[in-house]
Design a protein around this ligand. Sequence first.
Ligand code: UN1
Length: 508
Amino acid sequence: MTSFNEYPFLKELGLQEENLGLYNGKWGGSGDIVKCVNPSNGKVIAHVKGATTAEYEETIQAMLAAKTKWQLTPAPKRGEIVRLIGEALRAKITPLAKLISLEMGKIFIEAKGEVQEFIDICDFATGLSRTINGQVLPSERPGHMLLECWNPLGLVGIITAFNFPCAVLGWNAAISMICGNVQLWKGASTTSLITVAVTKIIAEVLEKNGFDGAICSTIIGSGRTVGEQMIQDKRFGLISFTGSTEIGKRISSVVHGYFGRTILELGGNNAIIVAEDANVDLAVRACVFAAVGTTGQRCTSLRRLFIHESLYDTVIERLKKAYSTVKIGDPLVDGTLVGPLHTQSAVKEYTEGLEEIKKQGGKVIVGGKKIEKEGNFVEPTIVEINHDAPIVKTELFVPILYAMKFKCLDDAMAWNNEVPQGLSSSLFTNNQMSIFKWLGPTGSDCGIVNVNVATNGAEIGGAFGGEKETGGGRESGSDSWKQYMRRSTCTINYSTSMPLSQGINFDA
Ligand code: UN1
């Protein structure tokens, strides 16, 4: 027995109690069965049948067969398909967001925001499909032209994490599609129902418009096997991976071992600095959203808070007050601000993390307990700890915030940079000198460097990703599209003579 029938929106998404977890133009899946579990109560919602090794190979063959036609389809036509995917998502935003709340655990308004990110990147990619361009450069030779041509990579593998089970596929797939690639998506196995629902929306658009569904293939596997197959498969021109630094390291060593390309969006350890001259109202609101939103399970979640000593007590008091009013519970219920952690193992990470924090001198000032009821609920927590305690340098993917006091802004900027990760960071200040220092060479070393804005909630228009152990990749907006294409530098001689570059004379 599953709880499937309790949620009518699942049928609106074309889901059933038993679903197939492979799509490559046709639906299939004769591998292991994945249980889709509700993190709010531990009950099984539905089942998804994963794919076998043989089905993986069939899928690659289907993608290869679809590749040429798609590559030769004009980019603006590909953009039109992406626009229609955006429209289809708009039509299903409510049931899809409800499913995200149900299976992933984030609250409904954040889930809706996640689908909105996919819709926004579809709009962005549609426009981009008419503007992706190469440069024309001056040639040093008379009668010659020097230019850049961008062409698709061919096959792209997209491996996404449980915490953004819909939007991160969008960031990659919308851009990759207008670039002319065919892609294979492997979502996290704990969000398999979302993967199936999103795939159904995309597949319907492709099929209705006469395109081969294999352009956007999806594969669900129960263990690590499918992911391993993908990263070892040299037929992929690019593997885009979002997830832990540990798995990212393995992917990097395998894929770069055969000179394949990667986009890696790995762990963060994001900080906010509240400077002496900060607007405290803004800072407190940003910190609560960044630390508590998505139950601390965004890669951009706030982990470290550096507060100037003159504001420390005020900010902490206000945070304590805000934390005490935050409603924890069912993410589908109006007014809830904190849903459950995604899995039991995340609850373990939370409780064991707190034990270790205490051992390293940390003092819990808010929260600190697992909530004793069904589901994976924990209290959002604030801990006072020294900035150089070893645990502060690791990423715990749970709502634990480290609060630290500083005297001198330069120290706080150095502390921001002293961790191995480099995703997101923000400085709250009204001082223009501090702002520009923060953005400059001795400021934040992260991929996202904000001012008076939370560490999370990035817009799709900018490139998203980070430095150091965050992996260096960039997804979504700006010129991220370049990573999904190969660049040819082309010299064309339109004269009747053959001058050589660098003035070389080579007459034989
Ligand atoms: C992630 O957690 O993997 O900036 C992505 C944000 C969201 C995306 C987070 N736009 O918080």
